[in-house]
Ligand binder design. Structure first.
Ligand code: FAD
Length: 238
C-alpha cells in the first residue's frame, strides 16, 4: 500500500538528521517533563524520534490513500455557499475527519491542551505530505498553526478555551487583509470597540482575501486604539 512517508525516505532523513534536532526536542520537551503525566509522552530523544516516526507513518498512510485519491473530486466539486456559510467539497470533510482521527491537529501544541507537543520540524514534514496529496487541503489543515500566535500571546483563559478546540479538529484563519490594507497592514481600519456594558469587544469593518475565511475560529487584526493610524493601536482578537 502506498505511503507518502515510507515511500519518501528523504522526509524521515530531514526530520532525524538535522544537527540541531536533539537540542530542539530537548527544548520542546522541557527535559521530558511530561513523561510522568502522559503515557504517550517520550522519555528521551530516541523515544521522541520513535513517536514522530509512528505519527508520520500514519500521516503518510492517509495522505496517500485518502487525501490524494480525494483531490480530483475536491477540485471538481469545489466549495460553495449554503445559507450564507461556506460549505467545503464533500471529500474535504472526509479529509478533515481522516486527519482528526489520526490525531493530526494541534500538532505543536502542549499535551495539556490535547496537542502532540511535536516540534515545528515534524509539523512541516506532515505538511509536506499533505501538500503533495492536495495543495488546497494543505491550506485548510495547516492554518491550525494560527493557534501558535494565541499560545504565545494570549492569556491562560484564552489558551484553555481555544487551544483544545483546535486540537480537537476545529479550523482557523488569520484575518489581516482589508480593501485598503494589504501589503501595508499599518492601514488596517477594522474598528474594535470595548463595551463596558457587555464586557466584551465588538469588531466592525471589512476583511477580504482570507484563506479559509469561514473557519471555526479567527484571529482578526483590528484597530483598538481610537485616533491611531499606524501599527501602534492595532490588536489581534480571537
Ligand atoms: C492566495 C491568497 C491567499 C491569501 N490569504 C490571506 C489570508 O489568509 N489572510 C489575509 O489576511 N490575507 C490573505 N491574502 C491577502 C494578501 O495578504 C494580500 O493580497 C497581500 O498582502 C497584498 O495586498 P493587496 O492585494 O491589497 O495588494 P496591494 O498591497 O494593494 O499591492 C498591489 C501592488 O502594489 C505593489 N506594492 C505594494 N506596496 C508596495 C511598495 N511599498 N512598493 C512597491 N510596490 C508595492 C504590490 O507588489 C502589488 O503589485 C491572500 C492573498 C492571496 C492571493
Amino acid at each position: 500500500m502506498a505511503n507518502f512517508y515510507t515511500d519518501h525516505p528523504e522526509i524521515k532523513f530531514n526530520v532525524e538528521s538535522s544537527p540541531l534536532m536533539e537540542k530542539i526536542v530537548n527544548l520542546k520537551e522541557h527535559g521530558y517533563a511530561d513523561k510522568d503525566n502522559f503515557d504517550y509522552a517520550p522519555e528521551d530523544f530516541a523515544d521522541a524520534l520513535d513517536s514522530y516516526d509512528r505519527v508520520c507513518e500514519i500521516a503518510g498512510e492517509i495522505t496517500a490513500n485518502t487525501i490524494f485519491p480525494n483531490s480530483e473530486d475536491v477540485d471538481a466539486e469545489g466549495p460553495h455557499c449554503e445559507n450564507g456559510r461556506v460549505r467545503y467539497a464533500s471529500k474535504t470533510y472526509e479529509n478533515l475527519e481522516a486527519t482528526r482521527k489520526a490525531g493530526l491537529n494541534g500538532v505543536t501544541m502542549p499535551r495539556r491542551y490535547g496537542g502532540l507537543n511535536f516540534p515545528v520540524t515534524v509539523y512541516t514534514a506532515i505538511n509536506e505530505m499533505i501538500a503533495a496529496a492536495d495543495a488546497g487541503f494543505e491550506n485548510i489543515w495547516s492554518l491550525q498553526d494560527c493557534i501558535e500566535t494565541l499560545y504565545e500571546f494570549g492569556n491562560d483563559d484564552q489558551r484553555s478555551r481555544y487551544i483544545p478546540r483546535v486540537c480537537a479538529g476545529e479550523t482557523m484563519s488569520m484575518d489581516l487583509t482589508e480593501p485598503d490594507a494589504g501589503s501595508d497592514l499599518q492601514r488596517v481600519m477594522l474598528k474594535a470597540t470595548y463595551s463596558e456594558e457587555d464586557k466584551c469587544w465588538y469588531l466592525n469593518g471589512v476583511k477580504r482575501f482570507i484563506t479559509n475565511g469561514d473557519s471555526d475560529s479567527h484571529l482578526v487584526l483590528a484597530r483598538s486604539e481610537e485616533g491611531t493610524h499606524d501599527a501602534r493601536g492595532l490588536s489581534m482578537f480571537i
